[in-house]
Design a protein around this ligand. Structure first.
Ligand code: NAD
Length: 397
């Protein structure tokens, strides 16, 4: 018998289940590189349902309880008196979504001697202290690809929203009941002809490049693994050897690198100061890649023309977080990867991982971040274990 603790975001304020806008979602069987979508033995939900909140339970309760396991679901995750902290000491498995991260710090992992598996329902396991997971033999696995395209679409939407000044223009006709054309267009440009750069051309970054190409922009990127020459040629990509070189040569910068020691607080005043005046940043990777105050100051001074994304730190951010109110922002809560379409895939992915682990079978290599006391699978390619014993995303900052 295993105890599984799932930390999920709170239910909708109007109650659960919500009234769904559509009756079904498309069936996606495989991803752009040929990897198959999650294939658990069965699922106990209808794809298209809201699964990522507490009442949605990722559709896991019937399956786990039918096998005699215990499932605890809570959204109460922060501080020493939280339900998460109370349930952790005898937990075998923790499931969390990056949207509502259950920060598995080194201290918390030390308090959970039975913990063997941390599942990220989604992508991005920086909320787990990976060094502590390595040290304590905890396997970390995520549902690779499950929401990559969801995030790429959100990124392109936010690029267009910023460059075309969409949100203020919408507000002029709705909240403000106006017809203020001059006010709306005073900051509106076409994307066509600009240079758009992507930091990290992994699953999401490459999908963003492919979606931006038809807008007839000049495309550029950097990544610690350079893409194959045929892909660079097909997309017409300019490669830059490092992030600073890319940042100073683009008009629009999209961030898709994981939060690792090299990217933690990378965008400070100095780096942003080297960018072209009036650049836009869209960051759907992780909030802690930015120095919060430096972004605010750059928006205020006009060095940045706009900032958007859906990632913050901590999550949830306080009511007075300056990105909520700074001008020219297109921020959303961390929702890009939690569309109903994505939830069906990552809930099935979480079940597939659990089915394998409970049966003592190997977890798919592409789902692994840490296994056997080292970075493994996707983790070995995309993550860096920090040498100083701290993992930036798991600090709860
Ligand atoms: P991926 O593993 O496919 O790609 C990551 C890429 O980053 C790899 O190509 C890797 O080489 C590159 N990289 C790593 N460190 C780098 C560095 N220091 N400099 C340059 N390149 C570096 O991952 P993905 O599926 O594309 O996801 C990327 C990130 O997006 C995740 O780690 C996560 O933080 C974030 N994400 C956000 C959401 C959301 O809802 N907003 C959802 C999913 C993922």
């Amino acid at each position: 018998m295993a105890k599984i603790v799932a930390v999920l975001y709170p239910d909708p304020v109007d109650g659960y289940p919500p009234k769904y806008a559509r009756d079904s979602i498309p069936v996606i069987d495989s991803y752009p590189d040929g990897q198959t979508a999650p294939k658990p033995e069965a699922v106990d939900f209808t794809p298209g349902e809201l699964l990522g909140c507490v009442s949605g339970e990722l559709g896991l309760r019937a399956f786990l309880e039918s096998q005699g396991h215990i499932l605890v679901v809570t959204s109460d995750k922060d501080g020493p008196d939280s339900a998460f902290e109370r349930e952790l000491p005898d937990a075998d498995v923790v499931i969390s979504q990056p949207f509502w991260p259950a920060y598995l710090t080194a201290e918390r992992i030390a308090k959970a001697p039975q913990l063997k598996l941390a599942i990220t329902a989604g992508i991005g396991s920086d909320h787990v202290d990976l060094n502590a997971a390595i040290k304590h033999g905890v396997t970390v696995a995520e549902a690779t690809w499950s929401n990559s395209i969801s995030v790429a679409e959100h990124t392109v939407m936010q690029v267009l929203a910023l460059v075309r000044n969409y949100l203020p223009s919408h507000e002029w006709v709705t909240t403000k009941k106006g017809w203020n054309i001059a006010d709306s267009v005073s900051r509106a440009y076409d994307l066509e002809g600009l240079t758009a750069g992507v930091i990290a051309a992994g699953r999401i970054g490459q999908a963003v490049l492919r979606r931006l190409k038809p807008f007839q922009v000049t495309l550029a990127y950097t990544d610690k693994h350079r893409l194959a020459p045929d892909i660079e040629e097909e997309l017409g990509l300019q490669f830059y050897p490092d992030i600073p070189a890319l940042a100073r040569n683009v008009d629009v910068l999209c961030v898709h690198a994981p939060l690792v020691p090299e990217t933690y607080q990378l965008f400070n005043e100095e780096l942003i100061g080297t960018m072209r005046r009036g650049s836009y940043i869209v960051n759907t990777a992780r909030g802690a890649i930015m120095d919060t105050g430096a972004v605010v100051r750059a928006i205020d001074s006009g060095q940045l023309a706009g900032y958007a994304g859906d990632v913050w730190y901590p999550q949830p951010p306080p009511a007075d977080h300056p990105w909520r109110t700074m001008p020219h922002n297109g921020m959303t809560a961390h929702v890009a990867g939690s569309t109903l379409s994505a939830q069906a895939r990552y809930a099935a992915g979480a079940r597939e991982i659990l089915e394998a682990w409970l049966a003592g079978k190997p977890i798919r290599d592409e789902y692994l971040i840490v296994d056997g006391g080292k970075l493994a699978g996707t983790g070995a390619r995309s993550y860096t274990a920090s040498g100083n014993g701290s993992s930036p995303g798991s600090t709860g900052l």
